[in-house]
Every structure is written in C-alpha cells, then in structure tokens.
Design a protein around this ligand. Structure first.
Ligand code: KG4
Ligand code: ZN
Length: 364
C-alpha cells in the first residue's frame, strides 16, 4: 500500500491510558502527530503495585478525554482518520476491555477498519517508527511484566528466543526495592541508591549463566537479596546502596551472558546482514547501567544498539498506532467487531504452550 495512512491508536493494557495519532507516509516513514499518555502511578503507588480494578476504572475516566486531546493536538476530526488501532492484549483484562470497546465504538461510528493489536508487537515494531529499521533485528523487551529476547523477522513474524522463567526484570527491581524499603516503582529507586554503592560487596547469583538456551531467571536473585538484607538488619543507607549496586552488577553480568549468546546466534543466523541491530524496549531500558552493558555487548558483537526515546520504550499509544499502520501497509486484514481482548497473548503463537509464554504479573 503506498498511500498516506493516518491512524488513531489506543493503549490501556496496564497502568497507562494513552491515545495517539500516527501517520505512515508513502515512502514508509512514520510520523507521530500526537501522543498523549496519562500515567496512573499515583493511584497505584500506595499499594506497591498495579491494582487491576483501580486501573480499569481510571481508564474509563480518562480515555475519552485523551482521545479527544490526541485528535485536537493532531488538528483533525474522527472522519479524517483511516483506521483505529487498539491494544487487545496481553494485559489486564479490565483495561483491555475499556480500550478495545472504545476502539470498536469509534471504528463503527466513523466507519473505519479496526486493528486489534498485540501490545508486544507495538514494542517490537517501535524501532521502525523511530529509526526506520529494516527487518530482521533483535528486540530485548525488559518491562515490569515481560523479559523477552525476540527475533523480529517481519510484520507478524516473530520468534521468541528467550523468556523469563519466573520474574520479569522490572519485577525483580520492584521486589528488591520493596524489601529494602525503597518506594514503588522500584527501578529508579534502586538505580539511584546504587550510584553510591559498592557493587563488589555482595556476590549475588546469576541464574542460567552459561546455559545455551537463551531464557532468563531473576527470582533467585531476589531471594539472595532478601537473605543478604536479613543478615545485616538494621540496614544503613550504605548497606542499601551496596546491595543495590551489587544487584545491578549481577543483572549486568546475567545480561552479558544471556544477550551475548543471543547476539552471537543472531550474527550466525544472518552472517551477511548489512546493519545488524539490537533494539531495547520497556521501562527497565531507562537504567543507565543496563544501557551501558547492552551498548558494550553490541560493540563487541558488531551490532548496532538502538534505544528509542524513553517515552516510546515505556507504554504508549503511538507504538500501537504504528503497529496498526504496519499491518495495514503489509495488507493484513482488519479485525472483526467480534474480536475479544486476551489477557495472555504470546507474540509467537506457535510457542503458546511454552513455559513462561504469555505474560506474568500485572504489567506488560
Ligand atoms: O515498560 P514499563 O513502564 O511498564 C510496564 O511494565 O509495562 O516498565 C515499568 C518497569 C517497572 O518494573 C520499573 O521498576 C522499571 O520498569 N524501571 C526501571 C527503571 N525505570 C523503570 N528499572 C530499572 N532501572 C530504572 N531506571
Ligand atoms: Zn509494555
């Protein structure tokens, strides 16, 4: 398809309510025309995590206004869009229902096609919107609900090379923060505390390091942090900083091994690729230590490291809109009005029965 396409995107799978208008130009270039995100962080922080019922209600309250804002910032009315894309999974079912039903209603009223988007596909294709990246490439998704290394071969063509078999990486940060008495969300708090800490003080485990399969495991690390913290109660600021720094170092070493193997496999699979690339997505991508680790790894393997702007790494509707545009441009069919949201929805359907496939916890 070569014409200019304009789409409204809607994202409500977790604790961000988001709407965006994105254009795909005839040359394939993407342009974010408007991108509005409302985080529910304050609603959930008192509970130390996302509360599904509160999230769903907050989406109901905010979504209509956000869609209006996205359209007005784009300077258009509904009749000027070519399609609607709404996240249909994986995620919290209440939130998904709110977004998908709203998307259906708008599509029906405006007589436009509806695309029910897999949230993970949104993350997977973002680098094509921001950097015009060509297929194939590797994508590392590290968020509060997912830790996956995915080979992105084309629109709708994904191979999951590695998955966490227990906690997601963001979840490990959040749990570590909680047991050290640091605030939610834990990632930024742990990173901050680690800045002044001694990463060599605690020798924390690095599960699965050395194994040829590319999966991840973080729950043992969290247990080791608990044991270290319990052994030296009461904890001083210095102890907390040292634990956080040691925790981040263990994660860096784990990623070094796991992603290093993934990059080697990628290079072997595609020896002649002119621009091999690893793209990072998810909130944990904000972490400077993790970024530096990935950058070094990529340099070592001759792979281009791409970290999209943080607001496009975390949950947003521009990535959902873009996934819809990619599907349209690839000639994939629109979705029927009967399409239902799915709390679990692995990106690579044939791997649906694998351990740790769909999503864990409340976040995607
Ligand atoms: O992608 P995201 O905003 O939301 C979903 O999970 O969908 O990711 C949130 C996760 C949380 O677990 C948070 O603790 C983690 O990303 N995170 C970080 C940092 N900033 C956010 N983890 C490590 N270091 C950070 N600076
Ligand atoms: Zn996400």
């Amino acid at each position: 398809m070569t014409s200019r396409l304009r789409i409204l995107g809607i994202e409500t799978s977790c604790d961000e309510t988001a709407a965006a208008v994105v254009v795909r130009h005839p040359d394939g270039r993407g342009e974010i025309v408007s991108d509005v995100v409302l985080s529910q962080l304050t609603e959930h922080s008192a509970f130390g995590g996302v509360v599904p019922e509160i999230a769903a209600r907050a989406h109901v309250d905010a979504l209509d206004g956000l869609i209006e804002e996205a359209l007005s910032r784009a300077g258009i009315v509904l009749s000027e869009i070519d399609a609607v894309a709404a996240t249909a999974g994986p995620g919290l079912i209440g939130g998904l229902l709110v977004g998908l039903m709203t998307g259906k209603a708008i599509a029906m009223a405006a007589r436009k096609p509806l695309y029910a988007i897999n949230h993970l596909e949104g993350h997977a294709l973002t680098a094509r919107l921001t950097d015009g990246l060509a297929f194939p490439y590797l994508m590392l998704l590290v968020s509060g609900g997912h830790t996956q290394l995915v080979l992105v071969k084309g629109v709708g063509a994904y191979e999951r090379w590695g998955t966490t078999i227990d906690d997601a990486l963001g979840e490990a940060f959040d749990k570590t923060a909680k047991l050290l008495g640091l605030p939610y969300p834990g990632g930024p708090a742990v990173e901050q505390a680690a800045r002044t800490g001694n990463p060599a003080r605690f020798d924390l485990p690095r599960p699965l390091v050395g194994e040829t399969r590319l999966d991840f495991s973080f729950s043992g690390l969290k247990t080791a942090v608990r044991q270290a913290a319990t052994a030296i109660q009461p904890l001083t600021q210095e102890d907390i900083s040292d634990i956080c720094a040691s925790f981040q170092r263990a994660i860096s070493r784990t990623l070094n091994d796991r992603i290093g193997r993934g990059l080697a496999r990628f290079r072997e699979t595609y020896p002649d690729l002119p621009n091999p690339a690893l793209v990072v997505a998810g909130g944990v991508a904000a972490n400077q230590v993790i970024r530096a680790t990935l950058q070094e790894l990529c340099d070592r393997h001759g792979v281009h490291f791409i970290a999209p702007p943080l607001q496009l790494c975390t949950d947003n509707a521009a990535m959902i809109a873009w996934a819809g545009l990619e599907r349209m441009a690839a000639g994939l069919p629109e979705d029927p009005m009967a399409v239902a949201p799915r709390s679990r929805w692995p990106l690579d359907a044939e791997a649906a029965t694998r351990l740790g496939s769909g999503k864990r916890g409340a976040k995607a």
